[in-house]
Design a protein around this ligand. Structure first.
Ligand code: SAH
Length: 369
């Protein structure tokens, strides 16, 4: 593995058909692509030279033309609750973040799709840094590969990363061109082999792209709704002015029909006195009742300079109960990693020339490559 920018093709950016073409261009049979993928995604091999069952000539050609290059780790932070956050370097001036959340039955990796974000949602800290650039397919896939490298590639047969959510920095559907191939690699049997229910793409509601997504993949869909009416939603999620709630919900039901999916998860951040009243719960219930929908209530995670407050837990529970009474499935997301700013909406790839990360009084390790 090398971290220097070269003109060699990064294999992490190639879904199987593209890798087959690449291999064919080097004069090898397409099945070699599957062999290579097996090395990369199942065994976690980061160096072509070590792929010992490939013919020597082919290996030599691959070494010359291709590489397996992940983003570089700038810092790693570990939360008291076991959550880990990595700050990664995309190139000399950009940083973005990924978070791993271990639970009893599963391990969820939250990855970024862009450096920064254009959407400007009023309650999200990523919005404050503005937009930098799209991540490439290789940089998106590279996060999962790197996390598995750090955590263990199926050590002892157990999967450590069981779920991947595109809920880190950025709007995945605004980077459609790079995100869709990445999702394909995550779900390919010869790639990370994650089932469609274990890869979730979260969007703020780019309606045309949801229709397009339905023709290209069957990844699980999550939508950041956050309000039951257009007036409030436009204030919280400005893209709503372009694609209002009714249009967005139509697109969601279409996605489920097309993909024969189970349901769309609607994320709803709980902001005290803003969107958390029983009347708003009832309005939300009416919107979603009878549709393939689940609601995930996210306690707001504060960040410096925000004007919002988290709704108290009893208010969140009442909101949930109101939804359930109206026949809409609803759960409350457990807040994880907030002591290291790794919780939803707290990801902001700050300046990267920092060499240490302070957690309380402790200085945590820097994994500079
Ligand atoms: N751009 C995508 C994915 C990134 S955010 C989207 O909008 O869906 C992942 C989730 O965290 C979204 O539902 C987002 O609205 C929510 N979120 C953002 N800021 C938050 C905050 N400060 N506290 C809690 N959740 C937040």
């Amino acid at each position: 593995m090398t971290s220097s920018a070269t003109s060699r093709t990064n294999l992490l950016g190639l879904p199987r058909p593209e890798l087959e073409t690449f291999v064919a261009e080097l004069g090898s049979k397409p099945f070699r692509a599957r062999q290579v993928m097996n090395w990369i995604y199942k065994r976690g091999e980061g160096s072509v030279v070590n792929m010992t069952d490939l013919a020597k000539d082919f290996r030599a050609q691959l070494t010359e033309r291709a590489e397996i290059r992940t983003p570089e780790i700038v810092t790693v932070q570990r939360s008291a609750d076991g959550t880990s956050k990595w700050m990664l370097r995309a190139d000399s001036s950009q940083a973005f973040e990924m978070v791993f959340i271990p639970e009893k039955e599963r391990g969820t990796l939250c990855i970024s799709s862009q450096v920064g974000c254009v959407l400007d949602c009023s309650f999200c800290s990523t919005a404050q840094q503005g937009f930098n650039r799209n991540l490439t397919t290789a940089e998106i896939v590279g996060q999962v590969w790197l996390a598995k490298k750090e955590l263990g590639f199926e050590a002892g047969g157990d999967r450590i990363v069981t779920n991947v959510v595109l809920m880190g920095m950025g709007e995945p559907l605004a980077n459609f061109r790079n995100v869709v191939p990445a999702v394909r690699i995550l779900m390919d049997d010869f790639g990370f082999d994650l089932s469609r229910r274990r890869v979730t793409l979260s969007t703020s509601g780019l309606v045309p792209q949801i229709y397009k997504l339905a023709t290209e993949t069957n990844v699980a869909l999550a939508v950041s709704l956050h309000a039951p009416d257009d007036e409030l939603r436009s204030e919280l999620v400005p893209i709503n002015r372009k694609h209002p709630i009714a249009e967005l919900l139509e697109a969601c039901w279409h996605y489920i029909d097309e993909q024969n999916g189970r349901s769309v998860t609607f994320e709803y951040v709980m902001l005290e006195g803003v969107n958390d009243s029983p009347a708003q719960a009832r309005a939300l219930g009416s919107l979603l009742k009878g549709h393939p929908a689940k609601v995930n209530l996210i306690p707001f995670n504060p960040f410096p300079g925000t004007r919002y407050k988290r709704s108290p837990l009893p208010v969140i529970q009442k909101f949930r109960d109101e939804l359930i009474r109206r026949g809409v499935l609803a759960t409350i997301r457990r807040t994880r990693g907030d002591d290291i700013d790794a919780a939803c909406g707290q990801l902001a790839g700050r300046v990267i020339d920092r060499t240490t990360v302070r957690l309380g009084n402790k200085v945590f390790g820097l994994a500079q490559q």
